[in-house]
Design a protein around this ligand. Structure first.
Ligand SMILES: Cc1cc2nc3c(=O)[nH]c(=O)nc-3n(C[C@H](O)[C@H](O)[C@H](O)COP(=O)(O)O)c2cc1C
Length: 390
């Protein structure tokens, strides 16, 4: 239903996003899109680039008079660094000295540099890293802002917070209100709901920087007010847990995805893991005693908060460079170093929110359809009555 893709190199002219399948009549606020882009640039442990670039989106198609018109949406985020790269990465063939100056033949372990160069038959990893770079998440975040605006129309909200940086972990559960509030606090350095734990996380980031090293961590994305019944148990590729896992796993540096308390559950007894069901007569709705399933059972949303975590490996580009082999000379050399972040957990969370929003909006439109928002709303409300009367 909802399709999107992105284009653009990290140091090219711009990033582009294309989004198709949104109903007509959805109000689009540029402020919301730019706010999400700004949030992606924040976080303790980011490199110099975030300071020189302030991302903003421009819409070229699909939105007129402040609302969607049912046509594909095209948007662009300018790379402000392009001025410094114009001669290095020109579109046209070039013999200029600058064009050769940033060739990268010492592939960085942990990046797509070597495998991508071998696959596409380049002896310059520049072409690969330019697209593999997580700069691409800016385009995803802009597309995700549309999905969020659709979901918000139906009271569904998405937020994320940091639960681990390096070896420092938030050991308690956070509730929805805390997570929503910390997302609004743009001054929060690592978007952790516990101030004391956050101080320890900051120290971990500082220690990594001092040692020329990097850290990974875990972000948690929570979707609140999710209706029962998105996704399906009926076919493997309709299961929403599978779609969400793929979406989060596709975020650069995410190496594992957890839904609810999935990792802990693997080492527990069944009696410790399931969420018992009861019926609340007054509210006329089913309830669960806990939400260890993270809002998904059998690949279907069950009406509880959707809780999904992305596990980020430490950033691969190290100031204290790792050993590698030059792609041209085949000699042992030190891996190339490019200006780099050394902790991206909060930004990873923002990219994770966008991916969860896009997957949920797609599942939402599959369930409720509608060429106009009014039609989607009628279908949603009618289904709501069916659930109330169940
Ligand atoms: C928001 C964000 C920012 C990132 N910034 C950097 C960076 O500055 N330097 C770096 O080496 N990796 C960075 N990464 C991770 C790499 O893009 C990623 O590890 C690499 O493309 C290889 O992909 P893989 O780790 O998914 O296999 C970042 C990831 C995210 C989510």
């Amino acid at each position: 239903m909802l399709r999107f893709y992105t284009a653009g190199e990290s140091h090219g002219q711009a990033l582009l996003a294309f989004l198709s399948g949104l109903p007509a009549g959805l109000r689009v606020e540029m402020g919301v899109i730019n706010h999400e882009l700004h949030r992606r640039q924040l976080g303790y442990g980011r490199g110099g680039r975030q300071k020189i670039e302030k991302d903003t989106a421009e819409i070229f198609a699909g939105v007129r008079h402040g609302q969607t018109i049912g046509a594909p949406i095209a948007l662009r985020i300018e790379n402000r660094d392009w001025a410094n790269w114009e001669k290095i990465l020109p579109v046209e063939a070039s013999e200029a000295a600058e064009t050769k100056s940033r060739k990268l033949t010492a592939p960085r372990p942990g990046h797509a540099d070597l495998a991508g160069s071998q696959k596409f038959h380049f002896h310059d990893a520049r072409y690969v890293l330019e697209r593999a770079s997580a700069r691409e998440t800016a385009a995803r975040v802009a597309a995700g802002a549309f999905a969020k605006q659709l979901l918000n129309e139906f009271a569904l909200e998405i937020a994320s917070h940091t639960i681990q940086v390096g070896h420092v972990r938030l050991e308690r559960a956070a509730n929805w209100e805390e997570i929503r509030d910390i997302c609004k606090d743009l001054a929060s350095p690592l978007r952790c709901v516990d101030a004391a734990v956050q101080e320890k996380m900051k120290a971990e980031v500082d220690a990594a920087l001092k040692a020329g090293d990097t850290v990974g961590g875990v972000f948690e994305v929570v979707a609140h007010n999710v209706p029962v019944g998105l996704g399906s148990h009926a076919q493997w590729d309709e299961k929403l847990d599978g779609k969400l896992a793929q979406a989060l796993m596709s975020v650069q540096a995410v190496k594992a995805v957890e839904i609810g308390s999935g990792i802990l559950a693997a080492g527990s007894y069944g009696s410790e893991v399931q969420d018992e069901i009861s019926y609340d007569q007054a509210a006329r709705r089913f309830r669960r005693s806990s939400n260890r399933a993270g809002g998904l059972e059998g690949g279907i949303t069950n009406g509880e908060d959707l809780v999904i975590r992305g596990y980020l490996k430490p950033i691969s580009t190290l100031r204290k460079a790792l050993g590698t082999a030059d792609m041209v000379t085949k000699e042992p050399v030190q891996a190339a170093y490019e200006r780099s972040d050394w902790c991206v957990v909060p930004a990873g969370g923002v990219a994770g929110e966008a991916m969860v929003a896009l997957v949920l909006a797609d599942a939402f439109l599959q369930k409720f359809g509608g060429d106009s928002l009014a039609e989607t709303r009628r279908n949603f409300e009618s289904y709501g009555r069916q659930i109330d009367e169940f």
